[in-house]
Design a protein around this ligand. Structure first.
Ligand code: 5AD
Length: 347
């Protein structure tokens, strides 16, 4: 039914807004399979059957922000807060390096403990001990100067989801002091400085409409990020959105396929959130065009404290164990988990 539109998207890497709306609102199961087949063709063209891994180190669950959807929001009094210090983080890298990781992602809430000086010290230590590894940061909104200093200290990439590119929607997901315009400025600063930049959004977040999603796709097309992370919204019991419906696997996968066709060279993770709402969700993500997975390298004793949403996957496993399982899962569907930095093809 929508085959013509999907072919057009494959050839032109974009669709006029109304045609994209038609596709998002009317696709059939056959359309979905057709989209995924073309998405895999693009994925193979630039990255082969490789799946890149990123070792995720959740450095802190302290956060000065109060995002309504997020389990580690400031107002959640039920969280046991922790931060990792330099030695803890280097321990994670050491174990991760032995397991084959060549990218370390330091992610955390917006925690005042991580001043520029402290972050730069950690980044330079990782880069000098592991010169063949990439360092990715995911530490939220900071000043341009701060981003520059961390880049100069050796950071290679930065992840900062825009969450939703529609101002009115953004303001329903965040308190008044958090602005979409600030988020967008950060993203352009990061690009300008020279980071490989990742952005993305939640699928099925409360109040989300098709128009919001169309704006998200258009924003991504304009920004041209190197990485695009999307995952389903999953409610967290201690947030005001506790009774809201979760996003669906189906819509998340369909959007991943569309994003692969719009951004053939992008690095697209099959997210933990996707694996959380469905067993085998990350494999389905790879089969819909994803080529990155981000196993958890955080120390086991802090994992349960970094609960962005309910029932988060792998909070109990030993990292080594979950890596082996993931590797086998990817091989079963014809993909190869590689021990490489996995940079964007143009970088
Ligand atoms: N459900 C799904 N994803 C979430 N995130 C935060 N809270 C939730 C939730 N309840 C995502 C945000 C953020 C990333 C680190 O985790 O998109 O950017």
């Amino acid at each position: 039914m929508m085959k013509n539109l999907i072919d057009k998207l494959y050839d032109e890497r974009t669709l006029p807004r109304e045609e994209m709306r038609t596709l998002l609102e009317n696709y059939t199961p056959e359309d979905r399979e057709y989209l995924f087949a073309l998405a895999r063709r693009r994925q193979l063209q630039y990255y082969g059957n490789k799946v890149f891994t990123r070792g995720l180190i959740e450095i802190s669950n302290y956060c000065k922000n109060d995002c309504i959807y997020c389990g580690i929001r400031r107002s959640n009094r039920n969280v046991q807060r922790y931060h990792l210090n330099k030695e803890d983080i280097l321990e994670c890298c050491k174990a991760g390096y032995e397991w084959g990781f060549r990218t370390f992602v330091m992610q955390g809430g917006e925690d005042g403990k991580y001043t520029d000086d402290y972050m730069c010290d950690i980044i330079s230590a990782i880069k000098s001990q592991y010169p063949d590894c990439a360092v990715t940061l995911s530490l939220g909104e900071r000043s341009r100067e701060s981003y520059q200093r961390m880049f100069d200290a050796g950071a290679d990439r930065y992840l900062l989801r825009h969450e939703t590119a529609t101002e009115s929607h953004y303001s329903r997901l965040h308190p008044e002091d958090q602005l979409l315009s600030t988020r967008i400025k950060c993203l352009y600063d990061l690009k300008d400085i020279g980071y490989q930049v990742g952005t993305g959004f939640m699928v099925g977040s409360p109040y989300q409409t098709t128009d919001n999603l169309l704006n998200d796709l258009e924003f991504i097309q304009k920004l041209q990020p190197e990485m695009i992370g999307i995952g389903p919204f999953i409610s967290h019991k201690d947030t005001p959105f506790k009774d809201c419906a979760n996003g669906t696997v189906g819509m998340t996968l369909f959007l991943m396929g569309i994003l692969r066709l719009m951004n053939p060279k992008a690095l697209i993770p099959a997210t933990t959130a996707l694996g959380t709402i469905q067993d085998g969700g990350r494999e389905l993500g790879v089969l819909a065009g994803a080529n990155v997975v981000m196993p958890n390298l955080s120390p086991v004793d802090v994992r349960k404290k970094y609960m962005l949403y309910d029932n988060k996957l792998c909070t109990g496993d030993e990292a080594a164990e979950s890596c082996a399982v993931l590797k086998a899962r990817m091989e079963r569907i014809g993909y190869q988990v590689v021990s490489e930095r996995g940079d964007h093809v143009d970088k």
